[in-house]
Ligand binder design. Structure first.
Ligand code: NAP
Length: 445
């Protein structure tokens, strides 16, 4: 990215903001479209949205995305509001044209575009929405605007479902109803937070769905939620939550830049974020598996899993304590068990201990689950530089000279060569290594 005095500024405001993947999505679109823009993240505290909007005008920042908790305030403070955002009473996108800030809401339209991307038609369909929170409102209104014939809203708190149905019916009379259940459904959408970072499903069965129904989840961590897994196993087509996240960004980008984002760029965003197979990072101690893994998660929004942490949790003690109390053989057995338990994960970034791939069975387990295994490789000087004085937490390095550590590293070379790809991180920052891994991952097959 070549930033000059002419580069147009974009960004996202929210609090907290560091977890946002909007900068990755937008900067990727900027890179792929070769437009002269740059996109940053700004933490804006509650009560300071007005100042942020003044700053936007003063600094001639072209566009902001707005995330939690500022969407309603942004709607109330901008100069003009697009009709859909007005219906929502909330804005997630602000466009500044010569000091006039216009607010939009691309969340619901992003969901509908994600359906279209997967070939799902909305006109005339019978929809059931689980949940009645902020996201449900956008999804329900956009579906009604797009021609859904019937919308059943099922929510734990019935009054919220009733309020949302009333809101939809104000614009689309008799389309929405608050319900305790549903039947004859063509499109089921989970908009509750149930399933986020857990294996819980918001429903126990696929009852009430038509034969060719589509099951959607707007939760995107993990990529394949328990609901989607259950639906897939029952033979239904599924649409995951990452599509809504991508498409709300694509629509916002189109508003910022007055361009149409090419389908190929959208495909790229899907591939970048929809890890259909887990990425496994292995390699010698101190090669940066955790920091590179977390960077990959920031780039893709994937879930980070560290097998050493799972082992410590399972055994209720630290890794040095496990080595001291039970020895390395015992540790390796527990490690293999933990790796087996990860076989069902799809689309996570999994960091394993450096010795995990010494056992062929572990490589086989990971590969059978479809994971792509990357081995991080660094010379021993870099390893020592990364680890610094912290050798106590690494029982196999504790008290070792550099030559002894080098010999241990050499003894593992053959096992590391069995991985799908080796990435030399000796002279790379974590950002470069993560980019390299992602490019290789996306270019596989
Ligand atoms: P919200 O306004 O807080 O609404 C949460 C909804 O989930 C409410 O309907 C709530 O029911 C229901 N819920 C929460 N816990 C539940 C439980 N244990 N059992 C049954 N229902 C439960 O949140 P939101 O902003 O709508 O977000 C909801 C989810 O959508 C989050 O996971 C968020 O990450 C995801 N999301 C995804 C995208 C995307 O682009 N893919 C965009 C926005 C949001 P009650 O009314 O009874 O409390």
């Amino acid at each position: 990215m070549n930033i000059t005095g002419k580069t147009v500024q974009l960004g996202v405001i929210g609090n907290p903001i560091s977890h946002s993947i909007s900068p990755q999505l937008h900067n990727t679109m900027i890179e792929k479209t070769s437009l002269d823009y740059v996109y940053s993240a700004f933490r804006v505290r509650e009560g300071e949205v007005g100042k942020a909007l003044d700053g936007m005008r003063a600094l001639n920042i072209r566009g902001f995305n707005v995330t939690i908790p500022h969407k309603i305030t942004a709607h109330d403070l901008c100069d003009e509001v697009d009709p859909f955002a007005k219906k929502m009473g909330a804005c997630n996108t602000l466009v500044n044209t010569d000091g006039v800030i216009k607010g939009y809401n691309t969340d619901g339209p992003g969901f509908v575009r994600a359906l279209k991307y997967k070939g799902v038609e909305v006109v005339g369909k019978s929809v059931a929405i689980l949940g009645a929170g902020g996201a449900a409102a956008g999804v329900a209104m956009a579906l009604a605007d797009s021609g859904a014939a019937v919308i059943a809203i099922v929510n734990r708190t019935r009054e919220k479902a009733e309020a949302l149905a009333k809101k939809i019916n104000r614009y689309h009379p008799n389309v929405a109803t608050a319900c305790d259940g549903y039947t004859g459904v063509d499109i089921l959408v989970n908009t509750t937070s149930v399933g986020m970072n857990s294996d819980k499903s918001p429903v126990d069965s696929m009852d009430g769905l038509n034969e060719n129904a589509v099951v959607c989840d707007i939760v995107y961590c993990p990529r394949e939620t328990a609901l989607l897994k259950m639906a897939k196993e029952a033979g239904f087509k599924t649409v995951g939550g990452i599509g809504m996240l991508i498409n709300q960004a694509v629509i916002a980008f189109e508003l910022f830049t007055n361009t149409k984002v090419d389908e190929k760029v959208v495909d790229y965003l899907y591939r970048m974020t929809e890890l259909d197979k887990s990425i496994v990072l292995t390699g010698f101690m101190g090669t940066g598996k955790t920091s590179i893994g977390k960077r990959l998660c920031a780039l893709t929004g994937a879930q980070f899993i560290d097998t050493d942490s799972l082992i410590e949790e399972k055994e209720g003690m630290s890794i040095p304590e496990i080595f001291e109390k039970h020895g390395e053989g015992y540790f390796r057995d527990v490690e293999s068990e933990v790796i087996k338990s990860l076989a069902g994960y799809k689309g996570a970034v999994i960091s394993t201990g450096g010795g995990a791939v010494l056992r062929r069975e572990n490589i086989d387990t990971l590969r059978d689950s479809g994971a792509v295994i990357f081995c991080l490789k660094a010379d021993i000087e870099r390893v020592f530089r990364n680890i610094g004085d912290n050798t106590q937490s690494r029982p196999l390095l504790n008290g070792k000279t550099m030559d002894e550590a080098r010999a241990l590293l050499e003894s593992r070379r053959e096992a590391y060569a069995n991985c799908d790809a080796e990435i030399d991180v000796t002279d790379c920052e974590k950002e470069q290594s993560a980019d390299k891994i992602l490019e290789l991952y996306m270019g596989r097959d």
